[in-house]
Design a protein around this ligand. Structure first.
Ligand SMILES: [Zn+2]
Length: 335
């Protein structure tokens, strides 16, 4: 398997160019990918402006597999893992991304270039242990946003460690973050190289980290994750969605702490049902509805209500942000 870094140095292309070519090649040689990426071009989208923030809704029937995925232990044990090499379609090629991960074209796209960055080993979806790896992948895949869905926060393979990635500039959160940071009241922590913000009133609650320093990024994300875990001690890991991108020599990381996997609308019946299972892309501002009736009927009030149900409560968020403000310190690494 060729490594992304080797292709970049051999061809003189950027990561974005290499990945775009990889996606194009897969469309040529893999009919399923070709059909679904072609279908994406005509996918219906609409847009809401809620309290000054944009949420887009995408009607994407192929995503029913993910939205309605059964992720309970019995169902997961009973199926063949679709990320393990022996079960993947023969047409699906891979590019190596470091020693432990490979990049695959996602055959059920939301983004125009949508990848799964999958662990070579079949091992549980876990965030804390893989924070440094996520930052490294984001740096290698500059031009794309790398995202993590926790095992109870939208990952359809909670038993096989993976990230996903899609092109920058697609999710509203990226541009809105640039506006949100102009209010300095949101700033929790600052060094010469790292800033941490908290956004309480952004439809969902979000902690954002911007840093040029890899080690400080790891420490900040680890601190947040460990602190948040104290509020959900019964869980294997705290409920999280994460977006991460590397651009202009700095990382931007958006952390979305959650309290619920799926909103009440998911389980409702008849008219009341909206089959929507929020994950990183939804928190990024793109709600994915696999059913046409849900796409047609969803309202701004539904979106605000779904966010409020699944995002962490204001009280816990306040305690988390206070901990970052009062307790977090960068530990200087002794050479
Ligand atoms: Zn697997």
């Amino acid at each position: 398997m060729q490594q992304l870094q080797h292709i970049i140095s051999a061809t003189g292309q950027t990561a974005e160019q290499v990945m775009t070519q990889f996606a194009e090649d897969q469309k040529q040689s893999w009919p399923l990918a070709a059909a679904n990426y072609t279908g994406l071009a005509s996918v219906e989208e609409k847009q809401f402006n809620i309290g000054g923030f944009v949420v887009k809704v995408q009607f994407n029937p192929e995503r029913i597999r993910s939205s309605a995925a059964k992720v309970d232990t019995a169902s997961i044990t009973a199926r063949k893992c679709f990320l393990c090499d022996e079960n993947r379609p023969v047409e699906q090629k891979a590019i190596g991304c470091g020693d432990r991960f490979q990049i695959l074209v996602n055959p059920f796209p939301i983004f125009h270039r949508h990848f799964t960055v999958s662990s070579l080993a079949h091992t549980d979806q876990l965030f804390f242990e893989n924070i440094a790896e996520m930052l490294q992948i984001a740096k290698k895949m500059e031009g794309f946003t790398v995202f993590y869905n926790g095992p109870e926060c939208g990952a359809s393979a909670p038993d096989h460690l993976h990230f996903q990635a899609g092109e920058n500039g697609f999710m509203p959160v990226e541009a809105e973050f640039q506006t949100l940071v102009t209010d300095k009241n949101n700033l929790l922590f600052e060094t010469g190289s790292t800033k941490i913000w908290a956004f309480e009133n952004y439809l969902r609650r979000m902690i954002s980290i911007e840093t040029t320093d890899f080690e400080e990024a790891v420490q900040a994300i680890q601190f947040f994750t460990a602190k948040f875990h104290e509020f959900q001690p019964e869980k294997k890991e705290p409920m999280l969605n994460v977006l991460c991108y590397f651009s202009d020599a700095k990382w931007t990381v958006h952390l979305f702490p959650r309290k619920l996997h799926r909103p009440s609308q998911f389980f409702a019946e008849g008219e009341e049902q909206i089959l929507l299972s929020p994950a990183s892309v939804d928190f990024g501002g793109i709600f994915i509805t696999p059913r046409k009736e849900d796409f047609d009927k969803i309202t701004a009030a539904d979106i605000a209500d779904i966010f409020e149900q699944v995002t962490i409560g204001g009280q816990v968020f306040g305690q988390l942000t206070a901990a970052i403000k009062n307790e977090f310190q960068i530990k200087i690494q002794k050479p």
